[in-house]
Design a protein. Structure first.
Ligand SMILES: [Zn+2]
Length: 338
């Protein structure tokens, strides 16, 4: 089969790779329907994470089951399936507590920009749809496997409630999906922080009521001004930089909550400031598996259309261009078709 391999920052190659095979009785092999490039793939691409040796890339997937291990009974060959970027058995204590992305048997997916993918913990990880959904739904279902699930977690962790005010820091695919989530959870006012016009337009389409273009201290000051000097009930931090985290914490009201889902890079939190702010803080890799049945339903009924975050579609063999376009911010998110 063929797949994307990173060799060094900026060096993504499309190569012939060994076909994956069942290694454990809990594995499944899927044939990729569509996959994509994640904002977090840009960390190694930009050299913000080291690449010590060449390795495959990609952790978002929807596909057709090809083969299952002897202990996998939940899905069958031929079914269309969606799973999380973090695999989970769905039976351990952490899974039962609602945190499958901290499963005791967790394995992170890392080989999905390829024709075929081995899915560990397939029994607990994969969710099959009733029949094969129309191709028009594939981008939305693919988004559910990571960015939509992560946006949902940001809103969940920030405790967005009906009638509340939510701020979304970050206008990447996750931030835009976080706007969808805040809207679905009933936020009355959704303030998206973005300085890019096409992204502002999509944020508004997804439910944003206000756009703030300022960043850092000025951004937080602008949020205070829009919230009667108090701050927002919920802030959804979808970037992962020190500046974004500081801005998020300073945009929440006393008693408000920050949900942080951007993978932190060099983020340090001032304990004194957090203590005196009365702001609640929760984040981590999204428990996507917990949300899958609900989010799949919302996509298939048309309640949400997170597939709109894909503004560039390329054949899988042009994956390198897919990274480049996102790195140069010519694309929000690249969909790849095998
Ligand atoms: Zn588990």
């Amino acid at each position: 089969m063929r797949g994307a391999v990173i060799h060094a920052p900026g060096d993504i190659r499309f190569e012939t790779l060994d076909d994956p095979r069942i290694l454990h009785p809990t594995d499944a092999i899927i044939r990729t329907a569509v996959t994509c490039v994640c904002g977090s793939d840009l960390w190694p691409y930009r050299g913000a994470e080291p690449t010590d040796a060449p390795h495959p890339m990609g952790h978002e997937y929807v596909g057709f089951v090809e083969e299952v291990g002897s202990q996998v009974t939940a899905v069958k060959p031929g079914q269309f399936v969606i799973g999380s970027f973090a695999t989970s058995d769905n039976t351990c204590a952490n899974c039962r507590n609602g945190f499958p992305s901290n499963c005791l048997n967790r394995e992170f997916m890392s080989t999905c920009q390829a024709d075929y993918v081995r899915i560990p913990n397939a029994q607990g990880t994969l969710v099959a749809t009733d029949g094969v959904p129309g191709e028009e739904f594939w981008p939305g279902l693919l988004a559910v496997s990571d960015v939509m699930g992560t946006g949902w977690w940001a809103a969940d962790a920030a405790e967005v409630k009906p009638g509340s005010t939510a701020v979304v820091v970050g206008d990447g695919a996750v931030g835009l999906c976080a706007v969808i989530a805040a809207k679905q959870m009933g936020a009355e006012r959704i303030i998206a922080m973005s300085r890019h016009e096409p992204r502002q337009a999509l944020a508004r389409e997804f439910g944003a009521t206000d756009i703030v273009t300022e960043r850092g201290e000025q951004g937080a000051a602008q949020i205070k001004e829009l919230t009667a000097g108090i701050g927002a009930d919920s802030v959804l931090e979808c970037v992962g930089t020190p500046e974004a985290m500081r801005q998020a914490l300073r945009s929440a009201r006393p008693g408000g909550n920050v949900g942080f889902v951007g993978v932190p890079h060099d983020v340090a939190i001032d304990g004194q400031e957090l203590f005196f702010s009365h702001v609640g803080l929760r984040g981590g890799p999204a428990p996507v598996r917990r949300y899958l049945p609900d989010l799949i339903e919302r996509v298939l009924t048309g309640a949400i259309d997170p597939g709109k975050v894909f503004d560039l579609t390329l054949p899988l063999d042009q994956v390198a261009e897919g990274y480049k376009a996102m790195d140069e911010r010519r694309a929000i998110k690249t969909l790849l078709k095998p």
